[in-house]
Write a protein of this length. Structure first.
Lengths: 424, 316
């Protein structure tokens, strides 16, 4: 199958490419950009007039809900959603049921995903058995089964000695540990940021210190153990200042933030709307602005969807009892574009945060359009406007704070390994 | 953010979920209406036919005697049919969701739900869900709001003090966990009380309480100085010893309202308490039963205020 994507604006952050050119794909790989290879006869031409052609998106956190939570979402529905969102590689956290703490589970997930022939799925293995924060998993075995990193997802490790051992053991093999800093005691029972909104609504609160205290511990232990750590879903302004200092001190850390926290604050909870019940909680305006600035200045390496489909029963509850999380695969691109427009970030820089940088964090040769590279490509129209509605989302989870919002930017086509997996 | 979910499109009261965001005119209208119901309660035949034929469901997902009883009496004095449901004992334990319960009761031709629930925001959720003709009264949701209590408290203050614009009011105790305190603060500030104080140790105050328009004190002597109204809050048993407070004894010594501490307030100050009281923990019996106490009149006025709220909602 030979495909020509013509008349598009090709943006490839890795190679500093931003030009109007045609992209030629043959045998599942990028054959050329610009001039056609000799004798190239396209079987299929995709007209990308008015569109941007960029590397397929790489999402660092997408819960596919398998195994265990098939009533919330299935691999089929969520992979469809990923493709519709222009995502060609995604990492999934280990908080399935059972958690991804055994090689067999990881192999099954990889096998199921491969059979669907859509986006590439990269499981993050559980750092401790059953995510209980007590016994380490067989990390090397899990790596052989396909895990690209190890994490506790949203379960905290309360025993700091276990955390040290986990970092040391992972560092032995050169594995990256993914941690969302959260002090389990400071966050206990909380459902909203400890600020004015939680005060007024009488919601049990999670202070920013629940994140910063845990982050301080992690940063000190990274220094001590030499472990490689990726920090997930930072939400507080002070956390970003700490990461900025740690990076300038030469610590081996990277970090990401989620799309909801890039745009929303505690004020958006309004009258207890459970779609705004997220982990970590939406914080104050100052925190939101710090996140936007840190993503622009490189303190934050990547932006992720933190995709968490929740079924309607899980959200049709009083705020504090509702299940936290938001669907996000189909919003990653438009919310990145929204930030870029509002924060005056050049499009190639913005796209790097959802393509090249997350690929680097995952240690993948992906997220770019080098010749000879697997043809994972996203073609999107940056001007198309659409309204976020349940019917507009392929994900089984319709839960998002952005329901009813107008988005700008929509995927026209997604290619994985040179196959068209989505056309809109 | 969506428009105020308690108001209909003409700005009238459709549900009573919280005092936060209600205009002063609506509060004053409720208080004035309650005034007219005081006489009903004093008649030999304590009934008016305003809600005849209406079905009011008391939906209590959390145990309560006093609030449920006063709502029941208020509804009966308005000639409504009242059905009491203590739900933690029945359907919730069978796995029925909150909204399933509400749907089932709606199908029984309910006109009004009076809801108490342990989760902040539960009444808002029910109000969002019910058919347009059904009214929801929040009888206490988590730590969030207890609007009829807030209203009966300002009604009591108006009875004894006449005006709001020249008052100093102190609220003492566990503001952090108190829906009553939040509703009182909104009611007092909306009605124009120029100085609302909260007095408590730091462990019992929410982070951003100043932003609700109150002044924070940690010392009873300073906080009570020259106040016209002292409102004591109930301290829940489970909070008396642990990481919030070391002991009930120490709490009483520093924050319990005794005649000595009350002497810092204005000589005409009234003392209020939403009940039920912990004598010897947050309040000394000499004060609770003393001549400055208006704790029992609060209970009586609570019926008139709840009659006012239900009749206004049913009329809109």
């Amino acid at each position: 199958m030979k495909i020509q994507i013509k008349n598009g604006r090709v943006i490839d952050p890795k190679h500093g490419l931003d030009t109007h050119a045609d992209v030629y794909i043959a045998a599942g790989k990028i054959a050329a950009i610009g001039d056609a290879p000799k004798g190239f006869q396209a079987n299929r031409v995709i007209d990308a007039s008015g569109c941007i052609v960029c590397p397929g998106l790489v999402d660092l956190a997408a819960r596919l809900r398998e195994p265990g939570f098939e009533y919330k979402a299935t691999l089929e529905s969520e992979m469809d959603a990923a493709c519709a969102g222009g995502i060609t590689s995604l990492a999934c956290p280990p908080d399935t049921d059972p958690p991804l703490d055994e090689p067999g589970l990881v192999e099954m997930l990889k096998f199921r995903a491969q059979n669907l022939n859509q986006a590439h799925v990269y499981p993050i293995g559980a750092l401790t058995q059953k995510l209980e924060g007590a016994r380490l998993t067989e990390m090397a075995e899990l790596r052989d089964a396909g895990c690209v990193g190890f994490s506790q997802a949203d379960a905290a490790i309360t025993d700091t000695q276990v955390l040290v051992r986990a970092l040391e053991y992972a560092a032995t093999f050169g594995f990256t540990v993914w941690l969302r800093p959260q002090d389990a005691y400071l966050a206990k029972g909380g459902v909203a940021h400890d600020g004015f909104v939680a005060t007024r609504l009488g919601l049990p609160a999670i202070p920013a210190s629940a994140e910063t205290v845990a982050l301080a511990t992690i940063l000190l232990l990274v220094k001590e153990t030499g472990a490689s750590v990726h920090l997930c879903r930072l939400s507080a302004a002070e956390s970003l200042a700490m990461v900025r200092r740690a990076k300038s001190d030469g610590l081996k850390v990277s970090c990401d933030v989620g799309i909801n926290h890039l745009h929303l604050t505690e004020m958006d909870i309004g009258y207890f709307d459970p779609n705004y019940h997220l982990i970590p909680p939406l914080r104050g305006l100052r925190d939101r602005d710090a996140i936007r600035a840190a993503l622009a200045d490189g303190t934050v390496d990547a932006l992720c969807s933190d995709h968490t489909p929740v079924d309607e029963d899980g959200k049709q509850m009083p705020f504090g009892e509702s299940e936290p999380g938001a669907t996000g695969l189909e919003l990653l691109l438009p919310l990145t574009l929204k930030w870029a427009r509002e924060h005056h970030v050049a499009l190639p820089d913005a796209l790097a945060r959802i393509t090249l940088h997350p690929a680097q964090i995952l240690g993948l040769n992906a997220g770019h359009l080098g010749v000879g590279q697997a043809a994972d490509v996203c073609v999107f129209n940056p001007e198309t406007q659409w309204i976020v509605a349940a019917s507009a989302l392929k994900s089984q989870g319709k839960n998002t704070p952005f329901l009813g919002y107008e988005m700008q930017g929509k995927v026209r086509a997604t290619l994985v390994d040179g196959h068209v997996v989505f056309e809109g | 953010m969506s428009p105020n979910p308690q108001l209909n499109k003409d700005g009238g009261l459709r549900h009573l979920l919280t005092i936060d965001g209600l205009p002063r005119a609506i509060l004053t209208h409720i208080l004035d209406t309650a005034e007219s119901f005081i006489t009903v309660s004093e008649q030999e035949v304590k009934k008016v036919p305003l809600l005849r034929g209406k079905a009011i469901f008391n939906l209590f997902f959390e145990p309560s005697t006093r609030t449920r009883t006063t709502f029941e009496i208020a509804a009966k004095r308005l000639s409504a049919d009242v059905i009491n449901l203590n739900i933690n004992a029945s359907s919730q334990s069978k796995g029925e969701t909150l909204l399933d319960t509400v749907d089932n009761l709606s199908a029984m031709q309910a006109d009004m739900f009076v809801v108490r629930h342990a989760q902040s925001g539960a009444a808002h959720m029910i109000a969002r869900h019910v058919a347009p003709h059904i009214h929801v009264v929040n009888a206490g949701d988590g730590r969030h709001a207890h609007p009829t209590q807030g209203l009966l408290d300002v009604f009591t203050i108006r009875k004894y003090k006449g005006e709001f614009h020249n008052l100093r009011v102190a609220i003492v105790g566990d503001v952090l966990h108190s829906r009553v305190a939040r509703s009182q603060i909104h009611a007092l500030t909306t009605l124009g009380v120029p100085e609302v104080r909260v007095i408590a140790p730091k462990t019992l105050l929410p982070t951003a309480v100043e932003q609700m328009g109150v002044q924070v004190y940690h010392d009873m002597g300073q906080g009570l100085k020259d106040v016209d109204v002292v409102i004591m809050l109930r301290l829940q048993n489970e909070r008396m010893r642990g990481a919030l407070l070391p002991s009930a004894q120490e709490y009483f010594k520093y924050y319990g309202l005794t005649p000595d501490k009350l002497a810092h307030a204005h000589p005409d100050a009234i003392v209020m308490h939403p009940g039920p009281m912990n004598r010897g923990v947050e309040i000394d019996s000499a004060v609770a039963d003393g001549k400055q106490s208006v704790i029992l009149p609060q209970v009586t006025y609570g019926i008139a205020v709840r009659m006012a709220v239900m009749s206004i909602l049913a009329g809109n």
